[in-house]
Design a protein around this ligand. Structure first.
Ligand code: PDD
Length: 282
């Protein structure tokens, strides 16, 4: 059922609300076509499996549902522009208490929103980030996209209080993990560095595409643990996500990164990422 947001309701006994007992995905369209939809649906299935949640739709039906909802919203909207689809699946309603056995029917909500491009200034000047120390030693469901983002929310709140766009989460040993809703990359000499997925990070779909594009930009990709110093001493830094694609970080912890402006390697990677994905140049 497609309803206006103000008419959509979820139970107060829903475990997504009570415990963050949920998995989700965010997908965007480019000129009407959802980008890497099948990969997002695969990751959703994988996330659900990691937390022992049984989905009621097959992957094929889930793909079809997203496509048909996007089409309907596009037709009703009557204005051009890309859309964002967010699929939220909670374990559903259950009695109080952590034991998930009482929740038998997952609750699925599909949001369709207009895509809001980043401010031009963020693209041309890059943005600032802070590093944020946490005790994230591992996840309950490593690599799954689960509903509880409290650590990231607190980190982002700190970043915004310090006038920064993004917080880069550091793990329990001080190692670099990822942004609050992004993966992080450093360029040093001819190398493209990013933390490996053996650490508790989300294996971002954009991240994978950027690693694939490294050689096109004349870089050698290296997935290895990074220390904050690797970020501070980088020639170029950027974050990746479905929504932001590649976005230059030009200041970190109140210091400029490299020349303090978006770098040529990040630009080359961004162009290669778009080209490989069959998208027009940025
Ligand atoms: N989140 N790491 C985290 C913790 C994220 O939440 C996200 C994206 C990423 C990047 O993944 P991808 O390239 O597949 O989008 C990494 C989505 C966009 C969100 O905020 O809803």
């Amino acid at each position: 059922v497609l309803v206006p947001v103000e008419r959509a309701t979820v139970s107060v006994y829903d475990r997504g609300f009570l415990y963050g007992d949920a998995v989700f995905e965010t997908i965007r369209t480019y000129e009407g076509e959802p980008f890497r939809l099948e990969e997002h649906i695969d990751r959703l299935g994988w996330s659900a499996e990691r937390v022992g949640m049984k989905l009621t739709l097959s992957s094929a039906d889930q793909v079809a549902e997203v496509r048909s909802a996007l089409k309907k919203v596009e037709a009703e909207r009557g204005e051009p522009g890309d859309l964002v689809a967010r699929i939220m699946i909670t374990r559903g309603e259950g009695p109080f208490g952590l034991d998930p056995a009482g929740a038998t029917t997952p609750c699925r909500v599909l949001f369709i929103h207009p895509y809001r491009p980043l401010p031009d200034k963020d693209r041309t000047d890059g943005v600032s980030a802070i590093t944020y120390a946490t005790y994230r030693p591992s996840d309950a469901a490593r690599g799954a996209k689960v509903g509880n983002y409290l650590e990231s929310i607190v980190a982002l709140r700190e970043a915004r209080a310090r006038g920064a766009h993004e917080a880069i989460i550091l793990g329990v040993d001080g190692q670099v993990l990822e942004g609050t809703t992004s993966n992080v990359f450093a360029v040093r000499g001819g190398r493209l560095l990013t933390p490996p997925t053996s650490l508790p990070i989300l294996p971002g779909i954009t991240r994978g595409l950027v690693l694939d594009a490294a050689s096109d930009a004349g870089l050698v990709a290296e997935e290895r643990p990074l220390a904050p110093a690797d970020l501070h001493d980088a020639d170029e830094l950027f974050v990746t996500s479905t929504i932001r694609e590649l976005l230059s970080i030009t200041r970190i912890d109140d210091r400029p990164v490299g020349a303090g402006v978006p770098g040529p390697k990040t630009r080359a990677l961004y162009e290669a990422f778009r080209r490989n994905a069959g998208l027009p140049p940025p």
